[in-house]
Design a protein around this ligand. Structure first.
Ligand code: SF4
Ligand code: SF4
Length: 206
């Protein structure tokens, strides 16, 4: 299906963008029922690190602030914990809407996904499960920290060292060699099949 670009608001409080979101974003129709209670933002573990958070983002959509919404870091900082989804009194699929908006942001040139922190983390995560067949938090973190160079990685390590030691002390971060799964060949077959299915979807085939 051909992608239909979202409309650019022509005046303040233009509802065109909100209507487009209601119709074209999965779950968007529930967004019209949002009563701005703020339970989503208040329940979000990343709420304080987001520029706007979900509640404000949804208000901005209604206010026709397309540019600000699609440039927002809120779309990228969601970690899919689904606190907001299970707690929303109006059953708004908050996380799904944020994820779809991030796709819109990339498609319409508002965000360079490859530059986002989320994308950097995903690279480390993917590298770990492809290499070991599992995610090793230590290697994923190191991969993520050192993507911008040695000095930058070292600085990040120093910032998070207390948290890391806390995890080790609590037995939540193992020490010792990383373990890999036994049948990595089987995993490779699954990943190859998944890549083939994804390629078919990208071409619009069934
Ligand atoms: S919890 Fe639901 S109703 Fe409340 S502000 Fe968030 S999306 Fe809107
Ligand atoms: S799913 Fe995303 S937006 Fe919702 S509470 Fe979790 S991190 Fe926040």
């Amino acid at each position: 299906m051909t992608y239909m670009m979202s409309p650019t608001p022509t005046r303040k409080y233009d509802l065109g963008f909100a209507r487009w979101v209601y119709q074209h974003i999965d779950g968007g129709e529930r967004l019209a029922l949002c009563m701005q209670c703020g339970v989503c933002s208040g329940s979000c573990p990343l709420g304080t690190t987001m520029d706007n958070g979900p509640r404000k983002t949804f208000m901005m959509i209604r206010a026709g602030m397309k540019d600000d919404v699609l440039r927002s870091d809120t779309l990228w900082n969601c970690v899919s914990c689904y606190n907001c989804v299970v707690r929303c009194p109006r059953d708004v699929p908050v996380a799904y809407i944020l994820h779809e908006l991030s796709t819109v942001a990339v498609r319409e040139g508002y965000a360079q996904a490859k530059m986002s922190e989320t994308n950097k983390f995903v690279k480390g995560f993917t590298w770990s499960f492809k290499t070991l067949g599992r995610t090793d938090e230590r290697l994923v973190s190191l991969f993520y920290y050192f993507q911008d160079g040695f000095v930058s990685g070292l600085k990040k390590l120093l910032v998070f060292r207390r948290i890391a030691f806390g995890f080790v002390k609590a037995g939540r971060l193992p020490i010792g060699m990383p373990h890999s799964i036994r049948h990595k060949g089987e995993l490779r077959k699954i990943l190859t099949a998944a890549a083939t299915i994804e390629a078919h979807h990208a071409k619009g085939e069934k």
